[in-house]
Write a protein that binds this ligand. Sequence first.
Ligand SMILES: Cc1cc2nc3c(=O)[nH]c(=O)nc-3n(C[C@H](O)[C@H](O)[C@H](O)COP(=O)(O)OP(=O)(O)OC[C@H]3O[C@@H](n4cnc5c(N)ncnc54)[C@H](O)[C@@H]3O)c2cc1C
Length: 302
Amino acid sequence: MDWSKSWFEGFKGVLREGVDLSSKSRLGVGGRAAVLVEPWAEEDAALFLRVCAERGLPYHFLGGGSNVLIPDEGVDAFVFTIPQWNRVVRDGNRLVASAGTTLPSLIRKAKDLGLEGLESLIGIPAQVGGAVRMNAGTKEGETFDHLVSVRVAEESGEIRELERADLNPGYRDSNLGNVLITTATFELKPSNRLLIQERIKEYLLYRNRSQPVTEPSLGCIFKNPEGDAAGRLVEASGMKGAREGNIKVSEKHANYFVNLGEGTSTQVLELMGRVQEAVEKEFGILLSPEIRIWGKEPNEEK
Ligand SMILES: Cc1cc2nc3c(=O)[nH]c(=O)nc-3n(C[C@H](O)[C@H](O)[C@H](O)COP(=O)(O)OP(=O)(O)OC[C@H]3O[C@@H](n4cnc5c(N)ncnc54)[C@H](O)[C@@H]3O)c2cc1C
């Protein structure tokens, strides 16, 4: 990618070229980012985005890397990453979390403050921004259930506060479009700390029993089709345990693919294709990916 630092005059933050992204992927796959962008403040992110838009420069947002499939050949693009934005501020029964805060640390903070509501999201290894972007959740509840507003940096260079009432989230999608989420505010309920702790423990026990939580994965690979569970369909199609190189359909939960070590993004895509084919042949249902797949072309995400 052809670019010049002088285009981003006024930007404060760190730019690092040729950074390996596999260590930032929960599945441990993927190549390098042309440039990793760590903005200091949301104004810096907005400025950077504006210049990218004006100059047609490609970019991606990376959160906790627990739901994106990064191509083996890497991405010829800027990749925004914000783990340094990790403040949580209390405002009455509300928690205002910077988007780089990890979801488990936000939930633990809420517990320490005696605020309930987010417990069912425990075990989702997201950052707050990624959880909002994906409307992460389980059948027990979703990120948007307790969201009151989000702040976003836009390609126009503006920072806007969006109210929950004006948003239209769907199943595993916030429908927020091409914006960098910088902050999210959650409305919670005062409760007993020990009760919250007990609920967290139960949710974690359930996860440990039913999901391969100790192995590298991207969580659920496919969305659940209406009225059914993708994991059940994959298992019933005989694909549980199927392997493509070092990527395997988990024996514990058939909607998870795990990396046995040295697996690749290409192997994930091949295995996804085989699973889709098997399920379609058996049940006539085409499973659609829940994971976000970064294409070879910049800004192309499926
Ligand atoms: C063990 C395991 C268990 C999981 N369990 C669940 C579960 O129960 N329920 C569930 O819904 N998911 C689950 N997941 C999937 C995943 O954790 C969620 O989709 C999560 O919301 C992804 O967040 P992230 O920060 O890792 O985002 P990433 O994977 O880094 O990115 C996901 C998407 O969000 C975008 N994004 C990230 N940060 C921002 C930001 N600040 N602003 C704008 N866009 C952004 C990315 O561009 C990408 O499109 C699981 C994953 C694993 C590995």
